[in-house]
Design a protein around this ligand. Sequence first.
Ligand SMILES: [Zn+2]
Length: 287
Amino acid sequence: MKIITDERCTGYSSIGHPERPLRIIGTLELLRNQTELPITWAAPGKVDNAQILRAHSAEHLTRLNEPEDFDADTPFYENIGDYVRASVAAALDALKSARAGENVFSLMRPPGHHAMRNRAMGFCYLNNIAIAVLEAAARGAKRVAVYDFDVHHGNGTEAILLDRPGIAFFSIHLYPFYPGTGATNAGKNCFNYPVEPFTPRETYRAALARALDDLKKFRPDLVAVSAGFDAYVRDPLVQGALVLDDYYWLGQSLRALGVLMFSLLEGGYSRELPELIFAYLKGVEGK
Ligand SMILES: [Zn+2]
């Protein structure tokens, strides 16, 4: 398993914000101290503006340097533009590793799946996964699927990838819930699997399985995973239902597709986040 990370991504925070450095620090500690899963470590490289501008407007890129909060959830931090670019670079490196046949996970913050073409929102500034998927398409990938199991709808990813040929988006999330979208399918290529709050675990897992079946029918040659761990039953933000084993199962089920894939960390705010990520990675690695 290759983990792309850079401890510098823990360099920004605001008091009381759930998207906090400990998410990465705790996960690094667990991964470094375990012996079950051999890990290769890599640091993210660089990203060109041209790669970002496939998914975002030039105005939005400039806006990242203006010292003003984006919304109540999404503060401006000093040098946030640099942190965001490192997270995007890790996503692009994860894509490269996947195309070389490696099992790979980008362990970075900030997350990205709520970021819109023109707007930062929901703890997200640039859409890491959409940028990586558009890069894959530009480099010749013919059929790319995004599987988003974060408990929130990947509204930014959907908006950016809507009706792009050769790309399909599958999102399983609670609805009605933040960000308020994802009740129905969108365009020709965005498939949503809304789950009602307080749904039992079995039903939630059935929705995840249904989305995977539909993804299989799309016959992707590359799968990009928005790996959010906030559908976990003890996540503090959400009325989720999943347990630790479900994340192992998710990793295993994605592995069973037998398709090149990479995963990027999105949400996940519980104290058990490191264990959830570890279970997922073991599933992906077939351990
Ligand atoms: Zn989330």
